[in-house]
Structure formats: structure tokens, C-alpha cells
Design a binder for this molecule. Structure first.
Ligand code: GTP
Ligand code: MG
Length: 302
């Protein structure tokens, strides 16, 4: 299967859910007020969010008038154009070869942080980089061994301490070991749950300070992982984490598991932080750089 076909397959639920309903609404339909209202409802139902849906409808009405569009098929093309434009440019991960690059991976429990790290480790190892992962989640029993399995699979270095150890100490060791081994990319896993939320946020703040102190200018990405199936909750999480750590990119996982792929549009409109990667499955190869134009194509292609 080609790259594009794989993406289409990865968002098949959204294509069959969200997009199929839009097509059913638009095909053979005359453009009238009732249609606009039904379309807006469909967008909101599929997690596009009220703000983004309102903006899309506003642009749609204006362009339909300007370009004298008369039927649903013409409107479908416009909708694709508007969504595609609103998603903006591709924003790749920042990596400077020949130096130590650190990605700190954060997010609430179960969203797919450790899996994403495993997938990234594999990808960059295959590209010929020297990769290390650090088991910064020392809270959940078995979190380190889960990361160890991914590290073995990908064939990359692992730094981990015993369960219950101080995660800041793990990160400290990892940074120094990465320097000594001339690692290109250090991926830092973190806990998704601690005794309470303020502990979690404090811990992340501390990890970030250690990285800044021990490896100044090496923290290239702070990736916030959010689960596409949690809908609007993902937006709330993004706001909370962004207050504690300087989030540079969003990883949107489990897009394969939802028919409400509209969340991509909501995040893009309501967050200043770009979606950089998407997860479309549990396998090590089910990770993609988020390419907005390609995504819009895959969404709308019949
Ligand atoms: N379908 C699908 N499942 C995914 C994806 N990414 C992760 N998962 C699954 O989500 C579950 C949780 O993934 P983890 O990587 O353990 O999540 P985590 O954020 O590290 O969780 P904690 O360590 O508990 O905070 C696992 O069963 C993964 O296989 C994805 O893109 N698609
Ligand atoms: Mg984990």
C-alpha cells in the first residue's frame, strides 16, 4: 500500500462516519439555509467544535455567494478548499543533526506517550540516528518495562531506574549518558498520572528545568500527546499542559479509532500549538508526520 492509501486507511472511520454523512447531506442537494444548518450540526457533532464550525460556515457562505455556487457538489469542493486552507502549513519536528536533540513527551495517562516514543525511536534509528529513550515514568509499575520492550524492538539505548525513583534523576542520568555516547536524539517518557494533578505538573516543570540546566539549547520539542477519541477534552488538556511546559507540538493519537476526525480542525483552530504527528494505529509503523494538505485530500477523496 502506498503512503497516501495508508493514511486513508488510517482515517477510514472518519471517512465512513463524518465524511459519509457530509456527502449524504450534500449530494444532489440545493443550497439553502436548512442545508447550512444541518452542515453546521454535522461539523459540531464530529468534534470540529463550535468556534471552528462557525468560522467554516462563515467562509463557506461568503465563497458560495462570491463564486455563485449552486449545488452540493460545488459546495463540497469549497468545503475541502476552506478546511485545507484553515489547516495551514506542515510543521515538521525540529532536529539538528550532529547535536544532542531532546524531545520531552507529556500528556495524561493512556493517551499513547510510550507508544509514540517507541514509534519515533524506530523511525529515527532507521534513518541512521543514534537514539536513546529515558524512562521518566517511574510512578506506574511496569511503565519502565513497557518502554524497555519498545527500546529493544527498535534497537535503541534505554536509561531507566527502579520504580518509584525520582524521574528528575532518571532524566539527569539520561542527559549525561546521551552526551557521553554522542546520542543524536533523546526521547524522554513521562508519567501520565501521579497522586494528583498538581504533583504531575510540578514534576514536569522539574524535569524541564533539569533538561534546560544540564543540556542547554538541546530541548528541541515538547510534545503533548492527546487522544483523538477523547474529543473536546483534548483541547482542555492542551491548555493545561501549555501552562506548565512550553509545548511545541501536538501528537494526535488514535485517529484510527474515531469517526470524529473533526478534532483535527478544532485543535488547529483553537490552539496556537501545531499538530506535528498523528497516530493511526498500534503498530510501530503507524505514526506519520502531520501533513495538513495530504490530510484534507485523504479526508475528501472519494
Ligand atoms: N489504535 C491506536 N491505539 C494507540 C495509538 N497510540 C497508542 N495506542 C494505544 O493506546 C494505549 C495506551 O498507550 P501508551 O503508549 O501506553 O499510553 P501512555 O500515554 O504511555 O499511558 P501511561 O503510561 O499510562 O500514561 C495502548 O494500548 C496503545 O497501543 C494509535 O495511534 N492508535
Ligand atoms: Mg506510558
Amino acid at each position: 500500500m502506498g503512503f497516501f492509501q495508508k493514511l486513508k486507511a488510517g482515517i477510514e472511520k472518519t471517512r465512513q462516519g463524518f465524511m459519509a454523512q457530509i456527502d449524504a447531506l450534500l449530494s444532489g442537494r440545493k443550497i439553502d439555509e436548512e442545508m447550512y444548518e444541518e452542515l453546521e450540526d454535522l461539523l459540531i457533532m464530529h468534534d470540529v467544535g463550535v468556534t471552528a464550525a462557525t468560522n467554516l460556515l462563515r467562509d463557506l457562505r461568503r465563497l458560495v455567494k462570491d463564486r455563485k455556487i449552486l449545488d452540493g457538489e460545488g459546495l463540497r469542493l469549497l468545503l475541502k478548499e476552506i478546511i485545507s486552507n484553515s489547516l495551514g502549513e506542515k510543521k515538521p519536528l525540529r532536529l539538528e543533526p550532529g547535536t544532542l536533540n531532546i524531545f520531552l513527551v507529556v500528556g495524561v495517562n493512556g493517551v499513547g506517550k510510550t507508544t509514540t516514543i517507541g514509534k519515533l525511536a524506530q523511525r529515527y534509528k532507521e534513518q541512521g540516528l543514534k537514539v536513546m529513550v529515558a524512562a521518566g515514568d517511574t510512578f506506574r509499575a511496569a511503565a519502565s518495562s513497557q518502554l524497555e520492550i519498545w527500546a529493544e524492538r527498535a534497537g535503541v539505548y534505554l536509561v531507566s531506574h527502579a520504580d518509584g525513583a525520582d524521574p528528575a534523576a532518571v532524566v539527569f542520568d539520561a542527559v549525561h549518558s546521551a552526551r557521553a555516547k554522542k546520542i543524536d536524539l533523546l526521547l524522554v517518557d513521562t508519567a501520565g498520572r501521579l497522586h494528583n494533578k498538581s504533583n504531575l505538573m510540578q514534576e514536569l516543570g522539574k524535569i524541564r528545568r533539569i533538561i534546560d540546566r544540564e543540556a542547554e539549547h538541546s530541548l528541541r520539542e515538547v510534545l503533548l500527546v492527546v487522544d483523538a477519541t477523547t474529543g473536546q477534552n483534548a483541547l482542555v488538556q492542551a491548555k493545561e499542559f501549555a501552562q506548565i511546559v512550553p509545548v511545541t507540538g501536538i501528537v494526535l493519537t488514535k485517529l484510527d479509532g474515531t469517526a470524529k476526525g473533526g478534532i483535527v480542525i478544532a485543535i488547529n483552530q483553537e490552539q496556537k500549538i501545531p499538530i506535528k504527528i498523528i497516530g493511526v494505529g498500534e503498530k510501530i509503523s503507524d505514526l506519520r508526520d502531520f501533513d495538513p494538505q495530504e490530510f484534507a485530500e485523504a479526508l475528501f477523496e472519494k
